[in-house]
Design a protein around this ligand. Structure first.
Ligand SMILES: Cc1cc2nc3c(=O)[nH]c(=O)nc-3n(C[C@H](O)[C@H](O)[C@H](O)COP(=O)(O)OP(=O)(O)OC[C@H]3O[C@@H](n4cnc5c(N)ncnc54)[C@H](O)[C@@H]3O)c2cc1C
Length: 462
């Protein structure tokens, strides 16, 4: 990697970084400050981006040939108000650590994605959503305040009344407005670490959408997994899983002795990238059948670990996709035309001969006022694709269908969306760019993703 004059002054190492999908690997200058003062002191003004635990699938937390600020050493808890459940913490703190420390005290993250190995800063930058988006909204709903390091070196407080434009634009802003240093979050009071849950087998897509709608009236948490080998009239067949935090008096006596039990650290790991031949139609059919069986067999009472974070049990599971990596394609389309669009997209995927894999279907609730926040009212489907020769071309065709249906792609998962399609999917981009011009006129905060979708200027050619 060619190191610029400016970067040579900054502590760090050349490190090959990727997103969780590992479909793009780039050499970056990784600087890992341990204090907020160091973040400010070591910021490379020729171009930089913050990085959390690297769980975004694509290139959001990569800045090829430039600086990446690894935030995970900034993980201190600064204060906690036991009466309101308000936690002030540094932005590199992980949800895993919050859960470890606060679940035994009866608190849990208000909103969580499908893995706990994410930082608070990453959750803010992607305005993440969880299985209860239809009734609880996205991460911004549990954040009262941020402190941000801006491009000019100033540290500012942003909340709903002070610097509110900056506050909202930071959610979904992909780290491109500044470095979040600290955040004030509200946690959720829980009586137990268990879930009251049930799963329902569903025969086809129409029934699937109907069951999801009915269950969303009853349960705050809901999610469906499609059987990706069901075609024709059975297209959309799958399992809906719903749940709610269990109350103490709902536990049997053996569990109620330790109602806030934590979870053991996982020892299972995929030690290296598996060879490409391990992913073939037969192995995928077997794993697909296994997943459907596990989902359908959910017990009436389970630990939150199994309900929220089933994939966290296997460390480095992304290596199972091999050296070429994979991508996750997640879109949301409005309810109005959603059924047709889902059917068309699934049919297109199957007829393209790709090997789609893990998937999640959900209903989303209302969007927030953040210009680039992904969640919007409608159906959201996320599907993993191992990278193969035609994967990218297929996803481009799907982009056009999603756009046509009035939907959009989630940048936190995306690797390939082009600038023109992105702009058409996110019509409030101009407002966000005006905020960017105000707070970062020189384009100090930049990333591969930012350049790809046109949120920041391309690099000048050497
Ligand atoms: C198994 C799995 C399940 C997932 N499930 C969901 C889900 O259900 N819902 C959902 O919404 N997402 C989901 N995700 C995606 C994940 O929640 C987001 O990508 C999240 O942002 C990752 O956090 P991170 O700390 O790893 O951030 P990174 O991936 O390292 O970075 C993500 C973005 O945050 C920015 N950033 C990080 N820290 C800071 C900071 N301190 N200041 C400013 N910007 C910062 C980066 O620049 C980048 O743009 C899932 C991911 C995985 C691997």
């Amino acid at each position: 990697m060619q190191r610029s004059q400016a970067i040579q002054q900054v502590p760090g190492n050349v490190t090959r970084l990727s997103g969780w999908g590992a479909n793009l690997r780039e050499d970056c200058w990784l600087t890992e400050p341990a204090t907020s003062a160091n973040v400010a002191e070591w910021l490379d003004r020729s171009g930089t981006i913050a990085r959390g635990l690297g769980r975004s699938y694509g290139d959001a937390a990569i800045n090829g040939g430039g600086q990446v600020i690894g935030m995970t050493r900034l993980d201190r808890q600064l204060s906690f108000d036991e009466a309101s459940g308000t936690l002030v913490c540094e932005a590199g703190l992980s949800l895993e650590q919050i859960i470890r420390d606060f679940t035994p005290r009866g608190w849990f993250p208000m909103i969580t994605p499908g893995t706990k190995f994410v930082t608070v800063g990453g959750c803010i930058a992607n305005d993440i959503h969880g299985k209860a988006h239809h009734c609880q909204g996205s991460f911004s709903n549990c954040v009262d305040e941020l402190t941000l390091l801006l491009a000019n070196g100033e540290v500012v407080v942003a909340n709903r009344t002070q610097n509110s434009e900056l506050f909202w634009a930071t959610f979904g802003g992909m780290g491109l407005l500044g470095v979040v240093l600290t955040a004030t979050l509200r946690l959720r009071k829980i009586e137990t670490s268990y879930f009251r849950q049930k799963s329902l087998k569903v025969a086809d897509l129409d029934a699937m959408l109907q069951v999801l709608e009915e269950q969303d009236q009853v349960f705050p948490y809901s999610v469906a997994t499609l059987d990706l080998f069901a075609r024709g009239p059975r297209l959309g067949r799958g399992v809906v899983t719903v749940g709610e935090h269990a109350k103490r008096d709902e536990l049997p006596s053996d569990l109620s002795r330790d109602p806030l039990r934590g979870f053991p650290k996982s020892r299972l790991t995929v030690p290296f990238d598996l060879p490409d031949f391990t992913l073939n139609p037969l192995s995928m059919r077997l794993v697909n059948a296994f997943i459907q069986r596990v989902q359908a067999g959910a017990r009436p009472l389970g630990h939150f670990e199994g309900f929220f974070y089933p994939l966290d049990k296997l460390a480095h599971w992304n290596r199972g996709y091999g050296r070429r990596g994979f991508t996750q394609y997640q879109f949301v389309v409005p309810f109005s035309d959603g059924a047709r669009c889902l059917r068309e997209i699934l049919t297109t995927i199957f007829s393209a001969g790709e090997l789609p894999f893990l998937n999640v279907l959900k209903r989303m609730g209302k969007s927030t006022q953040s210009a680039l926040s992904f969640p919007a009212e409608g159906y959201t489907l996320a599907i993993d694709f191992p990278m193969r020769k035609n994967t990218r071309a297929l996803l481009q065709r799907l982009d056009a269908m999603v756009l046509d249906a009035g939907g959009r792609i989630y940048l936190g998962k995306d690797s390939f969306l082009d600038a023109a399609t992105f702009r058409a999917m996110y019509p409030a981009t101009d407002a966000w760019l005006a905020t960017k011009a105000k707070y970062d006129p020189q384009g100090v905060f930049t990333s591969n993703l930012g350049r790809r979708v046109g949120l920041v200027a391309p690099r000048p050619s050497p």
